[in-house]
Design a protein around this ligand. Structure first.
Ligand code: PXG
Length: 293
C-alpha cells in the first residue's frame, strides 16, 4: 500500500511526493531533519525532537513557516493518515527551491516533508548477543566546520565511516574526533560503563545531542548512577566494563568487541540490559497520543 506523505501543507500519495531538482536540500545538503519513533500509539520524546529541529533551523538561519505546535500536528496527522501506532518518522526541512548558486537568500520558502513508515529494526539476535564494531579512519566533522550537533542533510561524513565499517565486516563504526577522542557511531551515540559510572562524550567532542542519549542519562541518574560527560580515548573503550550505543533506530544496543578487543565479559552487560529494559518501559508512557479512541 502506498504511503501518505506530508509535503508543504498537503497530504499526498508517495508517488506524488516529489521535490524539485533545484531544491537546495538536494543540490547542497542544505537542510535538517529528525528521525523520530512512535511506540504504542505515542510519539516518543516529540517535544525534544521538535525543539532540536527548531534550534538547528535557527542556527542555520532557516525560516520555518510552521509553528512548533503545527509541526507536531503534522507528525501526528501523518501517522494517523497511515494508520500507524508504531513507526519510524522522518521529518525533513530543506532550504527549498532556489537557483544553482549557493545563496540561501534565493530560496524563498523552506520545503517541509514528513514520512512515516514501519520501522526496520536490527535483528533481535544483535540485541541478545551484542555488536562487534571497529573504529574507522574517517574522523567526525570538526565543531568549527559543520557542527555535528546539527542534524543536517549532509551526512557524507557519517556515510564514509559507514562504508569503511562495512568494508571491515561490521554494521556500525566508532568515529573519533580530530583530537583522537571517541565521538560517536555513524548514527548513534556511544556510552561506556566503568566501575558503575556511566560515561559519554560531551557534545563539544563532536557529537549529536541524541534524544535517546539524553533519555538514557536521565534513566541512569534516576537509578542513582553517577553520569559523566567527559572526553575519553579508545583505550578507555577497550578497558570498559560495558559499552553500548544509543539512537532512535537502535534504542540501546550493547557493544561486545571493539577493534578486536573484547569488552568486559564479551556478552551484553548487566547494567546495559537494565538500562535498555527501563528505556523500553519509558517508550510506553512518553509523548503525545496518536489515536485518541
Ligand atoms: N549520532 C548521530 C550522528 C545520529 O545521526 C544519533 C547520534 C542518535 O540520536 P537520537 O536523537 O536518534 O537518539 C543519530 C541519529 C538510521 C539513522 O537510519 C539514524 C540516525 C539518523 C539517521 C538515520 O539508523 N541517528
Amino acid at each position: 500500500m502506498s504511503l501518505t506523505i506530508y509535503l508543504n501543507g498537503e497530504y499526498v500519495k508517495e508517488e506524488e511526493a516529489k521535490v524539485s531538482v533545484f531544491d537546495h536540500g538536494l543540490l547542497y545538503g542544505d537542510g535538517i531533519f529528525e528521525g523520530i519513533r512512535a511506540y504504542h500509539n505515542r510519539v516518543f520524546k516529540l517535544d525534544q525532537h521538535i525543539d532540536r529541529l527548531y534550534e538547528n533551523a535557527h542556527s542555520i538561519m532557516l525560516d520555518l513557516w510552521l509553528s512548533k505546535e503545527e509541526m507536531k500536528e503534522v507528525v501526528l496527522e501523518t501517522l494517523r493518515k497511515n494508520d500507524l501506532r508504531d513507526a519510524y518518522i522522518r521529518l525533513v526541512v530543506t532550504r527549498g527551491y532556489g537557483d544553482l548558486g549557493l545563496d540561501p537568500a534565493k530560496c524563498p520558502k523552506a520545503t517541509i516533508f514528513c514520512i512515516t513508515a514501519k520501522i526496520q529494526l536490527y535483528p533481535q539476535e544483535l540485541y541478545d548477543n551484542g555488536l562487534v564494531v571497529n573504529t574507522v579512519a574517517t574522523r567526525r566533522n570538526s565543531n568549527e566546520a559543520t557542527n555535528p550537533r546539527f542534524k543536517s542533510l549532509n551526512y557524507l561524513n557519517n556515510i564514509m565511516a559507514k562504508i569503511e565499517s562495512k568494508l571491515t565486516g561490521t554494521i556500525e563504526a566508532i568515529m573519533l574526533n580530530n583530537e583522537g577522542h571517541v565521538a560517536e557511531a555513524t548514527g548513534d551515540n556511544i556510552f561506556i560503563i566503568k566501575n558503575g559510572v556511566l560515561i559519554t562524550p560531551p557534545t563539544y567532542a563532536g557529537v549529536l545531542e541524541g534524544v535517546t542519549r539524553n533519555a538514557v542519562m536521565e534513566i541512569a541518574s534516576q537509578r542513582g548512577m553517577e553520569v559523566k560527560e567527559t572526553l575519553f580515548s579508545r583505550h578507555d573503550v577497550y578497558s570498559a566494563d560495558e559499552c553500548f550505543l544509543t539512537g532512535t533506530a537502535a534504542e540501546v544496543i550493547s557493544v561486545i568487541k571493539v577493534d578486536g578487543r573484547v569488552i568486559g565479559s564479551g556478552k551484553p552487560g548487566e547494567i546495559t540490559k537494565e538500562l535498555n529494559a527501563e528505556f523500553r518501559e519509558l517508550t510506553k508512557h512518553d509523548g503525545p497520543i496518536i489515536f485518541k479512541d
